[in-house]
Design a protein around this ligand. Structure first.
Ligand SMILES: *[C@@H]1O[C@H](CO)[C@@H](O)[C@H](O)[C@H]1NC(C)=O
Length: 180
């Protein structure tokens, strides 16, 4: 009995590994990160005049550093800028206090009403899954009603007025928040 179970699990593992490998349309991996702007050169790092840094002292000596970039980019380009220019990633949000803090600063420092944060959703058959780009736990969300969208691959934007989150096409150009 136990052996059968082990075999079944091993088989399941092999099947899902193969599906991921073969790239089925509904696979649960982010869109190819270099794909969205064919032929367009990578933008230079944001200028100081269009970026605002914020340092948030946390508990236990853990400090969070953010950059609010008021330069509109598609989601994956924004993520690459966070990595290349600040050695960070698009910001993940794990509680209401952080959501409020980022919302307020984003409202003051950016001008589009929405900013990219580091979340994206993907669909696995009929199930929608949400992820943070830094692989941290998805243990808080603040979706606007009707969100997240059930489209196959969407990225998460924070609305700077209400602080709610919306599914936005990842190719849309928005200001963004990096954490580093
Ligand atoms: C949520 O996840 C983050 C990052 O993994 C962690 O720091 C935080 O303590 C978690 N919060 C709760 C309420 O579990």
């Amino acid at each position: 009995m136990k052996l059968v179970l082990v075999l079944a699990l091993a088989l399941l593992g092999a099947v899902s590994a193969r599906q991921l490998h073969e790239g089925t349309p509904e696979q649960e991996v982010p869109a190819e990160q270099g794909e969205e702007e064919p032929g367009e050169p990578e933008p230079p790092c944001p200028m100081e005049s269009e970026s605002f840094r914020m340092i948030v002292p946390g508990q236990g000596g853990h400090t969070c550093r953010y950059v609010f970039v008021n330069n509109c980019q598609p989601f994956w380009t924004a993520q690459r800028l966070c990595a290349r220019c600040y050695h960070g990633h698009l910001a993940s949000i794990h509680n209401y206090a952080t959501n409020q803090r980022l919302r307020c600063t984003a409202r003051a420092r950016t001008n589009r009403g929405q900013v990219w944060i580091g979340g994206y959703t993907s669909r696995w058959h009929r199930c929608l899954r949400s992820h943070w780009i830094d692989h941290s736990l998805w243990n808080y969300s603040n979706w606007a009603s009707g969100n997240p969208s059930h489209a196959s691959q969407m990225c998460v934007a924070l609305c700077t007025t209400g602080g709610r989150w919306r599914s936005v096409n990842c190719q849309a150009r928005l200001p963004f928040i990096c954490a580093y």
